[in-house]
Design a protein around this ligand. Sequence first.
Ligand SMILES: Nc1ncnc2c1ncn2[C@@H]1O[C@H](COP(=O)(O)OP(=O)(O)OP(=O)(O)O)[C@@H](O)[C@H]1O
Ligand SMILES: [Mg+2]
Length: 366
Amino acid sequence: MTVQEFQEQFGIVGRSKAIRDLADIAMQVARSDVTALLSGESGVGKEVFARAIHGYSARSEKRLVSVNCGAIPEGILESELFGHVKGSFTGAAEARKGYFEQADGGTLFLDEIAETPVATQAKLLRAIENKEFMRLGAETITKVDVRFIAATNKDLETEVAAKRFRKDLYFRLKAVTLNIPPLRERKIDVEELALKFAREFGERRGNGSLELTRGALELLREHPWPGNVRELRNAIETAVALTRDYVLDEATFAPLLRREETFEERNLPVAVGRTPEEVDRELIYRALFELKKDIMEIKDILNERDYAREPEIVEDPFPEVYSMREVERRAIEAALKKTGGNKRRAALLLNISERTLYRKMKEYDL
Ligand SMILES: Nc1ncnc2c1ncn2[C@@H]1O[C@H](COP(=O)(O)OP(=O)(O)OP(=O)(O)O)[C@@H](O)[C@H]1O
Ligand SMILES: [Mg+2]
């Protein structure tokens, strides 16, 4: 099979040198059992390559099991990966096979590997190296025959430096790394991808091939695509849904590719092309959010409990502690000061008899 045929069979669109080279490497990787690491920004096609490697490998008849290491709660990740025996923890009513066993004979795709908690990373490394592990609560070792593919959109070297990722696991994974460049660094692929998606969504809508004008393609080519191929795919899908005829032109895409830098775009999971309605909705949400913030602030001020913002004006909830004697002495002192030494009025203020006051004054030498 040629690289081109491989790309066609597994739907890897792209004529750029980067993609052709990666496809070539993926073919070689597929023929072996070596662990591969796919890295690249969100939406560049890591999963596409993972499927192609599995699909072209001798394991293609067996399962490709995908685990999103970032989406599974920390507490249950290990039991999800390695399985558990009956009664190994509260709620473990039945024994369960983990992903490692489910992938036996096939491929285990460890997606978002950088999100694996450090504690689990050690176990993961051992399991990857030896292809054996223990189910939670088990006393015996389980062996599996699995090929591993890991993916990350984080720079693992940075994660290692920050001590969020184990160095030994990193070295184990990085032997064969397929680094998929962002779409903006391979603009030559935009046209082919856009046409493929236009065909795909056009057919799905039942009106066959949709045309993209030169101007539209130019516009798409120059867009920075922070969400990469996924964003392009979404943009085409929206455009196909919005268009009334069979031509997608600049005017169709212009509102979809507008980017509101002010809308904390980086925090959005995936930056997709937005329709004017979506942009409007975002602005309304943002306004509501600001309004809510204002209300909270006003509430705080009214309640005089704006601790978070101005800790220096906060009164100590635990003022200094004095002995009861000292409290008494200070109270008498204050009462005398306030009444200009008038003992009768001071005693009234203190709610004690004049006689007691005299006695106490003597006692405290006032
Ligand atoms: N080279 C490509 N050819 C065809 N389709 C592609 C290509 N690259 C990506 N896609 C499509 O773009 C979308 C996103 O790709 P994919 O899910 O593989 O990205 P990813 O790198 O795994 O992203 P994430 O990090 O967010 O999981 C999918 O719909 C996929 O089919
Ligand atoms: Mg993915």
